[in-house]
Design a protein around this ligand. Structure first.
Ligand SMILES: O=P(O)(O)OP(=O)(O)OP(=O)(O)OC[C@H]1O[C@@H](n2cnc3c(O)ncnc32)[C@H](O)[C@@H]1O
Ligand SMILES: [Mg+2]
Length: 172
């Protein structure tokens, strides 16, 4: 099974390989446009980015499955603050399924800068004095003190999008 993941970020490719481990998948990275903002705001824009990436990745070559992974920030009903969110989409061209990852509250100073229009990745690097945290453990790793990292969070989001392709109960 040839699978394209719609991103040049190695952490997204690693998450896809990890989610599909043992299923005979060959995963290629296809850096395609997400069709949404660099920093999606809200669940709707983040899901849309994941769906667009999945479709664009599928169309980028001769693939059986396209995968899209999108990070965003959102307010959550009933909870204070701004949350890091992540959504995954998988498509075979006929059906498209989505799944979400954890929601992790951002520290207020980071949230304020993102609300003001900055991208989370660069803000995290600035605050932590690191470079490329989004390609490594990610905000998910830093903000959970390493209980999870960005790869495992994205793998869980993708699990929800892939399940319906493998589990008969979801038959259309
Ligand atoms: O090359 P792409 O695929 O775009 O990879 P990306 O790291 O930019 O990832 P997204 O576009 O999906 O994420 C949107 C923004 O949110 C940031 N972001 C999302 N999750 C993050 C995380 O765990 N740690 C740091 N930044 C994160 C990311 O750096 C972007 O600025
Ligand atoms: Mg990006």
């Amino acid at each position: 099974m040839y699978v394209a993941v719609g991103s040049g970020n190695p952490v997204k490719r690693d998450a896809t390989e990890s989610a599909l481990e043992g299923r005979g998948a060959l995963v290629e990275a296809e850096p395609v446009p997400s069709g949404v903002s660099e920093q999606p705001f809200g669940e709707e824009e983040t899901v849309q980015g994941a769906r667009n990436r999945a479709h664009n990745a599928l169309d980028a070559g001769d693939y059986h499955l396209g995968v899209g992974l999108e990070g965003g920030v959102a307010h959550v009903d009933g909870a204070d603050g701004l949350f890091l969110i992540m959504w995954a989409a998988a498509t075979d061209g006929d059906r498209t399924e989505v799944g979400s990852g954890p929601r992790i509250r951002l520290p207020d100073d980071i949230a304020d800068r993102v609300e003001a229009g900055e991208e989370l990745g660069p803000v995290m690097d600035d605050v932590l004095d690191t470079s490329g945290v989004a390609e490594n453990q990610g905000a998910a790793g830093v903000l959970t003190d390493g209980i999870i990292d960005r790869e495992s969070a994205l793998r869980q989001a993708l699990a929800g999008a892939l399940g319906p392709f493998f589990v008969a109960y979801y038959e259309e």
